[in-house]
Design a protein around this ligand. Structure first.
Ligand code: ATP
Ligand code: MG
Length: 376
């Protein structure tokens, strides 16, 4: 058996002094959730990192795929825990270079157990010699292609080579919850991903105009939630019928202002969902000036009645960067599937910039009071 464990290094969790045990516990819980179904394994907190012990029945590839979805991990590496004997350490180091291609390498030993008979330089030289015998590759201490890490603790030694980058960030679900306004487009899933990475657990709200439009946007939203759930392990999606509200808006609001009015009511309803579910904030995929409804005055008009904080993590992103991130997360292909957007329903393609704030607000006030009396 090539590996018997994974060594997992935290990202920012290490910086959270007083709250560190709290974050660590959540991280361990999330790692367990992400590796469920991968076969036998145990997750343990040891030596300031997390150790995932596996058996020969564990599906290593699935563990790697699972760990890549966990926020809070800086990097992780499959490795071996061995007894503290130099020959066992060397054998594990030779196993760690198997299948790796490199012209230069280095051995990096950390020795916490000062009673170990060799010091770290002696261990480095001994193991590096054995690797040279096998590969004839050159040693490069400054910028090696590959590094074999050896850590000697009180009772055992840990040996690992290949490292996988983690997602970074903080473990999702530590303390905050927010409602993401999820359209079927490219931006909002990426905005949600960004917030999950800052430990915020998301609830999802999707507004649709079925049966006036097809159910494609609902299907897309469901698929997007499924993809994002990989990163927070379980989710709730609120599918909100919006057609009646839109029909009412079209009867009282002139065409150029309708998109803004639709959005305004979406945000108000999302806030109701947030209140019902004890969430602390709303999240949207708005991006300044990307479309006419997202100029600063229009963003302000849309958010005016909402009391909860609204996070817009993509507000200053270039579209190409959002697209690149959507591809990386795995939401892009679903987001570009055709659907009818409920916001373009019954209104001109180009919404007007909210020009005269006073008359716009009066219009809002009138239509909002008639809306509440109809109790949609
Ligand atoms: P996206 O790609 O997320 O659709 P977009 O660039 O198309 O964003 P807009 O359509 O203007 O932007 O929407 C701005 C934000 O309003 C979205 O990112 C999303 O947070 C929210 N939103 C828009 N339509 C809906 C909807 N049908 N359901 C839920 N939220 C929506
Ligand atoms: Mg959209």
């Amino acid at each position: 058996m090539k590996y018997n464990c994974f060594i997992i290094h935290y990202a920012e969790v290490a910086l959270k002094r007083g709250n560190r045990p709290f974050f660590e516990k959540k991280l361990v819980k999330n790692i367990k959730a992400a590796t469920q179904g991968c076969g036998p394994l145990e997750v343990d907190r040891r030596w300031g990192r997390i150790l995932l012990v596996i058996t020969e029945k564990t599906d290593v590839d699935r563990v790697i795929a699972g760990l890549k979805t966990v926020f809070g991990i800086a990097y992780f590496a499959p490795g071996r825990i061995v007894d503290q004997e130099i020959e066992r350490i060397t054998t594990a180091a030779l196993a760690a270079i198997e299948g790796q291609e490199f012209d230069t390498y280095k051995v990096a030993t950390r020795r916490a157990n000062k009673h170990f008979p060799m010091n770290s330089v002696e261990v480095n030289i001994h193991v590096a010699d054995e690797i040279w015998e096998k590969t004839k590759a050159g040693v490069d201490l400054k910028n090696p292609d590959f590094t074999v890490h050896i850590e000697i603790f009180d009772d055992v030694a840990l040996v690992f080579g290949q490292r996988f980058e983690g997602q970074g960030g903080l473990p999702v679900g530590v303390s905050s919850r927010a409602v993401l306004l999820l359209s079927s487009g490219i931006d909002s899933p990426v905005a949600g991903f960004r917030m999950m990475k800052r430990e915020v657990r998301l609830l999802f709200a999707h507004f649709h105009s079925a049966p006036y439009t097809s159910a494609a946007s609902i299907k897309n939203a469901e698929k997007l939630v499924e993809i994002l759930t990989k990163y927070q392990f379980n989710s709730t999606l609120y599918i909100v019928p919006f057609l009646q509200i839109q029909q009412h808006i079209t009867s009282v609001v002139p065409g150029p202002y309708r998109v803004i009015m639709y959005r305004r009511l979406m945000f108000e309803l999302a806030e109701r969902i947030a209140e019902m579910t004890r969430c602390d904030a709303l999240v949207s995929g708005e991006n300044v000036a990307q479309v006419a409804s997202q100029t600063l005055p229009n963003i302000q008009a849309i958010a005016e009645k909402v009391k909860l904080p609204i996070f817009r993590p993509l507000c200053s992103f270039d579209k190409k960067d959002i697209v690149a991130e959507a591809r990386q997360i795995g939401t892009f292909e679903t987001s570009i599937e055709p659907y009818e957007d409920c916001c373009t329903l019954l209104c001109p393609i180009i919404p007007r910039r909210a020009p005269d704030c006073r008359s716009f607000r009066n219009m809002m006030k009138n239509s909002t009071s008639s809306r509440s009396s109809r109790r949609h």
